[in-house]
Design a protein around this ligand. Structure first.
Ligand code: KG4
Ligand code: ZN
Length: 346
């Protein structure tokens, strides 16, 4: 029978993390804050044929990959299942069928080993990626979150609590990258392809900034910027004129990213917090990384910027957030369900 009522929390547990919310089937092992292995099997190239993630293809790919990715992670960590102290898994947000593959596997494993199951919010996983790069990192700090579903500046107050300082009123930054890529005819996934195109272009087109003007407190909007890029491209093609994709990409990137960087630094300075972190797929963007590094350096702020492999979806970040929940004894029941949507902060 599954019974963890007498479970004793260890200071340096071995946690196996599983991620399957979108198109990456991932498994990682940590001991305390030390990463022992980090494995990914991706269906992104399969999804690229359809211009985006097809949920049914994602679920099937997870089903085929989950055993193998877990075995790889155990082997690379040089441990066996018996060494696992807890199993952390993404329960949402994401594609329901995809989430259920990882969650069901994690439940089975936790049940068989009689160890805690930890249900991780994918976005909190992205935020915990910073702990992988700096195991000594401790809140408080200001965090820039920019992903496919969320864009916000947060005041991370403790290992388990944060306050939203500013957020997008509509689309997320990642969504805007993906839509602009589509209008420029660039393949899925859009973000990295916009970045690549922008490297050969100049930010010479005056697109509206993602910072909402005349708002009492800072907030962002990506729908106006996205529409401006779409209109700009359509107007040119209606006139039979060529679209300079590198210039559009560079101009869009600047309008999308500058306000995020500037306001993150402003918030850190105004709150008197001396550390900045970042998380989410868009944090993989080289222009964002360069600008955030420069601005933090100029303002004497310590920046903990997760490596690119910890910004895009991975299981190491799920295990890292799993540790935060483990240490506070926040375990999930075997009846834990998957959730397609979770509010920011949930
Ligand atoms: O954080 P993430 O996995 O999404 C959610 O969990 O919601 O990130 C996916 C998003 C996509 O929109 C993708 O285009 C974007 O991150 N992305 C990038 C880059 N790499 C991924 N955006 C801009 N530049 C990149 N290099
Ligand atoms: Zn993600």
């Amino acid at each position: 029978m599954y019974d963890i009522s007498n479970y004793k929390i260890k200071p340096e547990p071995i946690i196996l993390g599983i991620e399957s919310s979108c198109d990456e089937t991932a498994c990682a092992v940590i001991r305390g804050r030390k990463l022992l292995s980090n494995c990914i099997i991706s269906s992104a190239s399969e999804q690229a044929k359809y211009g985006g993630v097809v949920p049914e293809i994602a679920s099937r790919a997870h089903t085929e990959a989950v055993d193998e990715v877990v075995l790889r992670a155990l082997n690379e960590a040089h441990i066996t299942v018996r060494d696992i102290d807890a199993v952390a898994v993404t329960y949402g947000a994401g594609l329901l069928g995809a989430l259920l593959v990882g969650l069901s596997f994690a439940k089975g494993l936790a049940y068989a080993l009689n160890v805690p199951l930890i249900a991780v919010n994918h976005i909190r996983g992205h935020l915990a990626a910073a702990y992988l790069d700096d195991p000594s990192l401790k809140p408080p700090f200001v965090t820039l979150l920019a992903s496919g579903g969320h864009t916000a500046v947060l005041h991370t107050k403790s290992f388990t609590h944060f306050e939203v300082l500013a957020k997008t009123l509509d689309d997320a930054a990642g969504e805007a990258f993906d839509k602009c890529a589509r209008v420029l005819g660039l393949p899925y996934p859009g973000g990295p392809n916009i970045q690549r195109a922008a490297e050969g272009g100049k930010a010479c087109i005056d697109f509206p900034s993602a910072l909402v003007k005349h708002s009492q407190s800072p907030c962002f909007s990506y729908s106006g910027l996205k529409t401006a890029v779409i209109n700009y491209c359509h107007n040119l093609s209606q006139k039979g004129e060529p679209v300079n994709a590198p210039d559009v990409a560079a101009s869009f990137q600047k309008a999308a990213i500058d306000p995020l960087v500037d306001n993150t630094v402003k918030f850190a300075l105004s709150l008197g917090v001396n550390t900045v972190t970042a998380g989410g797929g868009v944090i993989a963007n080289s222009y964002l990384r360069q600008r955030l590094s420069e601005e933090c350096r100029k303002s004497n702020l310590k920046l903990v910027l997760p490596q690119v492999k910890f910004c895009t979806d991975n299981a190491a970040m799920i295990a890292a957030e799993g540790l935060n929940k483990y240490l506070s004894g926040d375990f999930a029941p075997m009846s834990q369900n998957a959730a397609a949507q979770i509010p920011l902060g949930g």
